[in-house]
Design a protein around this ligand. Structure first.
Ligand SMILES: Nc1ncnc2c1ncn2[C@@H]1O[C@H](COP(=O)(O)OP(=O)(O)O)[C@@H](O)[C@H]1O
Ligand SMILES: [Mg+2]
Length: 236
């Protein structure tokens, strides 16, 4: 499936004989990584979800599920693993078909025009002007509509909250089948955060949303709440 929002990095091939059935001996390259990292700076976090304990109740189109859990419980690591940018640990991760867009707290903003940043990772030529402007306005960045083709260091020019709005404009434009939001609205004020979640739910009726969020006002915008704790995920 298409995975966007992070490096196009795939999990390493799993050893033969199936996966997700308990711990395996680390592969040689993982051992090397551990040593190179000075005793474990880059390895499977102790509380990372165990194989087979992932979120089985995948959201349906139009449904939104929020994952909560204590800081450090492994929520972001779970999303990174799903995105294919966390190549450590063992187990099997499979995503259903359809385009997935991952938006972390600090979204990636490529160099170039604002238009290219909104359309990323797709080619800006794929989207009509009206659709790009609509997404920009829905995300609360309508004031920038005349600067869509300006080449500027947008990552430095935009505030943290504006960068998050830009990432949400990307979601509104791309309309992915799966949208993963890892505290992707945390830099916005609570009213804006709530408003943008309402916009996402309204404008993306076919998208399944999985969020990591804490604020009750945001949690309220989801149909189900899951909690990640001690490496297990289940109803809160
Ligand atoms: N790159 C990394 N290398 C080693 N440990 C990490 C790395 N990233 C996160 N961790 C550890 O993994 C655990 C889960 O982190 P994280 O997924 O970021 O938690 P959460 O998003 O729930 O706050 C924490 O103990 C954290 O320190
Ligand atoms: Mg996190």
């Amino acid at each position: 499936m298409a995975r966007h929002g992070g490096a196009p990095h795939r999990l390493p091939a799993r050893p033969a004989g199936g996966a997700g059935r308990g711990r395996r001996r680390p592969l040689p390259h993982r051992r090397r990584r551990r040593r190179a990292a000075g005793g474990g700076a880059l390895h499977r976090p102790a509380r990372w979800p165990r194989p087979g304990t992932g979120c089985r109740a995948a959201p349906a189109p139009g449904e939104a599920v929020v994952i909560t859990g204590a800081s450090g419980s492994g929520k972001s690591t779970l999303f990174r693993a799903l995105a294919g940018i966390w190549p450590f640990g063992t187990g099997r991760i499979a995503l259903p078909p359809g385009e997935a867009l991952f938006l972390p707290q600090r979204p990636y903003i490529p160099l170039g025009t604002l238009r290219a940043a909104i359309c990323y990772p797709h080619d800006a030529a794929e989207y009509p002007e009206a659709a790009v402007v609509a997404a920009l306005e829905q995300a609360g960045l309508g004031a920038l509509r005349d600067r869509l083709d300006a080449v500027e260091p947008w990552e430095r020019r935009l505030s943290g909250g504006e960068q998050q709005r830009l990432a949400l404009a990307r979601a509104l434009l791309l309309k992915p089948r799966w949208l993963f939001l890892d505290e992707a609205t945390a830099s916005l004020d609570p009213e804006a955060e709530e408003h943008l979640y309402a916009t996402l739910r309204r404008e993306l009726p076919e998208t399944a949303i999985l969020s990591i969020a804490h604020r009750p006002a945001v949690v309220r915008h989801h149909d189900r709440v899951l909690r990640l704790s001690e490496g297990r995920i289940g109803p809160a």
